[in-house]
Design a protein around this ligand. Structure first.
Ligand SMILES: O=P(O)(O)OC[C@@H](O)[C@H]1O[C@@H](OP(=O)(O)O)[C@@H](O)[C@@H](O)[C@@H]1O
Ligand SMILES: [Mg+2]
Ligand SMILES: [Zn+2]
Length: 178
């Protein structure tokens, strides 16, 4: 069976910004995140990504720019000998009522269906409460990292059983070494 790990993007893999990440130049990996994904991949994990990208609906950047960010991510991970799995994004705005925008679990379901694995217990790593709630909604394991908005999120009322790590590198160390 596929060993699947699902990651949020902004604030987990790369620095986030309240002004959105609007270009490849603004898409800057957090320390250790690229290496963490590569190490997980080389250890047999399939690393997929589920990311809200309402900046598309807001007109801040286009799909081609978003795809270029993900090509950059894939290139950097490949340079470390790893690979990135399926990247799923929600391009919609908060008021469109789509099924994919977190905290709805639609993107997690899409990823699980793609890899034909059940979502129960799958770790979903995020920095926002919506990430953790999306995981809880499908019985996945909510995992909070303190990067991005994570420290602020930690002060909120977290889903029962949420695991907390400093950053993605710490999550990778836990999964690879245990
Ligand atoms: O963390 P992920 O899901 O990868 O992506 C989050 C981004 O889409 C943006 O999501 C926005 O929330 P709203 O979409 O405006 O509610 C804001 O939080 C931005 O700061 C953030 O960059
Ligand atoms: Mg995030
Ligand atoms: Zn959506």
């Amino acid at each position: 069976m596929v060993k699947l790990l699902i990651l949020d993007r902004d604030g987990v893999i790369n620095y986030d910004s309240d002004a959105y990440i609007k270009s490849v130049a603004e898409w800057v990996p957090l320390p250790g995140s690229i290496e963490a994904i590569a190490q997980l991949s080389k250890a047999g994990w399939t690393v997929a990504i589920a990311t809200n990208q309402s900046g598309i609906a807001r007109g801040y950047y286009d799909i081609a720019t978003l795809d270029a960010m993900h090509t950059r991510l894939r290139t950097l991970v490949a340079e470390q000998g790893g690979e990135v799995g399926l990247v799923v994004y929600c391009p919609h705005g908060p008021d469109e009522g789509c099924d994919c925008r977190k905290p709805k679990p639609g993107m997690l379901k899409t990823i699980a269906e793609h890899y034909k694995v059940p979502l129960a217990g799958i770790w979903f790593v995020g920095d926002s409460l919506g990430d953790l709630e999306a995981a809880k909604a499908v019985d996945s394991q909510p995992v909070l990292v303190k990067t991005g908005k994570g420290e602020k999120t930690q002060a909120k009322n977290l889903p029962v059983g949420t695991l907390i790590f400093d950053d993605l590198a710490a999550v990778a160390a836990e999964l690879i070494n245990n």
